[in-house]
Structure formats: structure tokens, C-alpha cells
Design a protein around this ligand. Structure first.
Ligand SMILES: [Fe+2]
Length: 260
């Protein structure tokens, strides 16, 4: 399997703090069934940016270290890019690393509110020939409140990656519930761990896949796993027709509405 989202590189962002932590994360990833991990450090203007050459040499170093320590994981280049009005021009200038040098770009939104320019920026990125992959939308308040916001973005040909740790509830119950809604409404194309440490936010996926199979069945889960393999080869992926989310306005909703 391929982990499409990981902060496994040491001392680059808020992920791994040392080569030892990176090694531990690699060992966990291997035991969870991964063979490839795309390193996706944060790229946030003014906070986390890094030189391409320096970044690629860190990846080489980690791959060598894994080889020496018999960890069978290949680390590939990528970034988790925070959405900003400059993103299209930075991509055009070749300043942004895509996922394994394909046309797929992992894009992160702010947790609390999605900027009004989001749709326009994603449109411009697509015009340049890139395929935006929205990182962990189940964590965004906008999507929690209105999952159909994501359906619109998918219909504009953007892709969606959820976190395995959201599915298992490590990132909170609301996030877990939103991941379930997104999966049940076929609004998910990819899964990644978004691992930051060898501890709580570690590169685990097995338990998440089990939970997902209970929610949506084996076929869709296999599609999501295979999409990861297709992505790193730069191939097209399976994108099912998303379903409109209709909030369950049951007994409790009416009670709350009565009292508000
Ligand atoms: Fe991340």
C-alpha cells in the first residue's frame, strides 16, 4: 500500500523530531502493510517552506537509513500545500513539489474557515494541468457543517483524501462522524495516515480499513487503496458519483429546534 500523506521526514515541520522517530514511524508503516510513503511536509508561506534540493537530499538520507536498518519502505517526494492566492504561480514556476512528481497536488485548507478564493484557486490549478487533492476535509468545520460543500468541489474535478486516524476517532468523534458521512456518500478518493509521530498520530491504517469496510463494504475500500497506487504512477483514478448528503432531521433535531 501507499501512504499518500505523512510527516515522516525528520526536523522539517511539526512531524518527526529526529531520525530515530522517523525510523520508528517507518517500522510502524511497514507493519501496517505500506511499502511506499509520500513525505508531505507542510508548505505554508512564512511558516514552513523549504528548498527543493535540501528536501530531496533529506529524502535520500531517510531512504538510505531505512535500507541500513532493513525497513522496507520507500519514501517519495511530496508536499502538503496550504492554499493561498500565490499557489498557481508557484506551481507554474516549479516551486511546489507535487505528489511523487505527478500532476496530483495535495492542498490543505484552514481548519476553521475555507477562504472565499478557494474555488477560483483550485480552478486555476486545474487549468495549469494539475489535479488538486484536498487533504483531510473531514477535519474542516465548513465540511462538518455542510458535507455537500465538498460534493460541489468534487464535481469541479477536485479529489479528496481522508485520514485513517480520522476514521478511527483519534482526531475526535466529530471528525470520525464526518469521515463516515463522506465515505457513505462516495466523496472519498484516497486515504493517507497524516502521521506526525510514532505515538498517537502514527502511520496506522489497518484498523481504519476494517472500520471503513463495515461502513461501505470491501469494494469501495479496495478502490480507494488502488487509487493510491495509481496516483504515484501518475495515472487516472476511480471517481464514483458522489451522493447528496441529506441531514437526518429526526426526533432529536426537532427537540433541539424547539428549544433554540
Ligand atoms: Fe498533514
Amino acid at each position: 500500500m501507499v501512504d499518500l500523506h505523512s510527516h515522516i521526514l525528520p526536523n522539517i515541520d511539526d512531524g518527526s523530531k529526529s531520525m530515530e522517530e522517523t525510523l520508528k514511524m517507518g517500522k510502524i508503516a511497514e507493519s501496517e502493510g505500506f511499502s511506499k510513503v509520500i513525505a508531505t511536509p507542510h508548505y505554508i508561506e512564512g511558516e514552513f517552506t523549504l528548498e527543493k534540493e535540501q528536501f530531496l537530499s533529506v529524502i535520500d538520507g531517510v531512504n538510505e537509513y531505512f535500507l541500513e536498518n532493513e525497513v522496507n519502505i520507500e519514501v517519495l517526494p511530496g508536499l502538503e500545500v496550504y492554499i493561498s492566492p500565490d499557489l498557481p504561480s508557484k506551481l507554474e514556476k516549479g516551486e511546489i513539489l507535487t505528489l511523487n512528481n505527478t500532476s496530483y497536488v495535495l492542498v490543505e485548507f484552514p481548519m476553521n474557515s475555507v477562504p472565499i478564493y478557494t474555488e477560483d484557486i483550485l480552478y486555476e490549478i486545474r487549468l495549469l494541468g494539475y489535479k488538486p487533492v484536498i487533504a483531510h476535509p473531514e477535519r474542516y468545520i465548513e465540511v462538518m457543517k455542510n458535507p455537500n460543500y465538498l460534493k460541489d468541489l468534487i464535481e469541479q474535478d477536485n479529489y479528496v483524501q481522508i485520514n485513517s486516524l480520522s476514521v478511527t476517532g483519534v482526531l475526535g468523534q466529530k471528525t470520525k462522524k464526518t469521515a463516515e458521512i463522506l465515505l457513505k456518500h462516495k466523496m472519498v478518493h484516497f486515504i493517507g495516515t497524516d502521521a506526525h509521530t510514532p505515538r498517537t498520530r502514527s502511520p496506522r491504517i489497518k484498523e481504519a480499513l476494517e472500520q471503513m469496510r463495515k461502513w461501505v463494504g470491501n469494494e469501495y475500500v479496495e478502490e480507494i487503496i488502488n487509487n493510491g497506487r495509481a496516483l504515484i504512477r501518475g495515472e487516472g483514478v476511480t471517481a464514483p458519483q458522489s451522493l447528496t448528503y441529506k441531514p437526518d432531521r429526526g426526533f432529536l433535531y426537532n427537540i433541539r429546534k424547539f428549544f433554540n
